[in-house]
Design a protein around this ligand. Structure first.
Ligand code: GLU
Length: 306
């Protein structure tokens, strides 16, 4: 296959998606996110040779929310190695991102590190007695190093807004604490978790930050090759909650979504892709974002399935 003309493909996707009126629904359970204009659309691609392409509102920061779980997982695996898997599973949940159902059956051990309960355990593991400020400093350092951009920051208004309304996450945390699977006080772990979710990035920055997951020779090597494979495997099987199977079927690449409407997608050895459109589908994943990466994958032929 000759090299695909990424710039032309992105332009085409942008003009179709900007005109698309069926944009999904912006998340409103975090009041600060409900203020975001659903008309935004952005997409950025970084290739294994370092070339960068962007379209739309690619320099406008958005709330990365659960995409942050990829970075905390990388940090936690670096810190604890395989001991992390004593506290969190590696199976898709087939349930909503904030479901409490399985936790009761499975004695407070979340299904995987990408559902909220699992991500809260991962944050708790990195926190391990440190002040949340220290842990968040380490996370920002990791993300800034991955992206090569020191301007990436946390939006305090978004963090505060979720702290005031995140009752389901408090329920999950207290439930896990009751089962002995949360080592820090729930308020402390959740304070850190809400702040990690409130990291803001542009699609340009997010695509750059995703380079360490490409396993390509000239890309930043922040975690080992084996670990990158495992993080990608979890993104593929669990990265879109109960929409993970559908995302694998339609896109064929590992990805992690967030309720801010962002998705980080990795074409191993080839590209790191970030897309943002705030309107969500029924599973809480960006509606136009999913359609856009589906189209990019089809046009480029990128797929982990051959
Ligand atoms: N901060 C959000 C929550 O815990 C993240 C969910 C998501 O992005 O899917 O509800």
């Amino acid at each position: 296959m000759t090299d695909p003309d990424i710039a032309a493909i992105l332009d085409e996707i942008d003009s179709d998606q900007s005109a698309n009126e069926d944009r999904g629904k912006v998340a409103d359970y975090i009041p600060e996110l409900a203020t975001v204009n659903p008309a935004h659309f952005a997409m950025s691609v970084v290739l294994a040779n370092g070339q960068q392409f962007s379209t739309g509102d690619a320099s406008l920061p958005f709330s990365i929310q659960s995409v942050s779980k990829v970075f905390t997982l990388a940090l936690a695996l670096g810190r604890l190695g395989d001991r992390l898997w004593d506290r969190v599973g590696r199976e898709p949940s087939g349930l909503a991102f904030n479901s409490i159902l399985q936790l009761e059956h499975e004695q407070g051990i979340p299904r995987n590190p990408f559902v909220n309960a699992g991500a809260i355990v991962v944050t708790d593991a990195i926190l391990a007695g440190h002040a949340p400020r220290e842990m968040l400093g380490e996370l920002l350092l990791f993300i800034r190093t991955a992206a090569g951009d020191d301007a990436i920051h946390i939006n305090e208004n978004v963090a505060r807004s979720e702290t005031e309304t995140g009752h389901r996450n408090f329920a999950l945390a207290h439930f896990m604490r009751a089962h002995g699977n949360l080592l820090n006080p729930p308020e402390l772990t959740l304070g850190a978790y809400f702040h990690q979710c409130a990291v803001e990035m542009t699609t340009e920055q997010l695509a750059l930050a995703g380079r360490f997951l490409m396993n390509a020779p000239d890309m930043p090597r922040l975690v080992s090759r084996e670990r990158v494979r495992r993080i990608n495997a979890l993104m593929m099987t669990c990265g879109h909650y109960d929409g993970s199977g559908d995302f694998a079927f339609r896109v064929g690449l590992p990805g992690k979504s967030g309720v801010g409407g962002g998705i980080l997608v990795i074409a191993p050895g080839r590209a790191s892709i970030a897309v943002w459109s705030p309107g969500l589908n029924a599973q809480g994943n960006s509606k136009l974002g999913t359609e856009a990466v589906e189209r990019l994958a089809r046009r480029t032929g990128w797929s982990v399935f051959g």
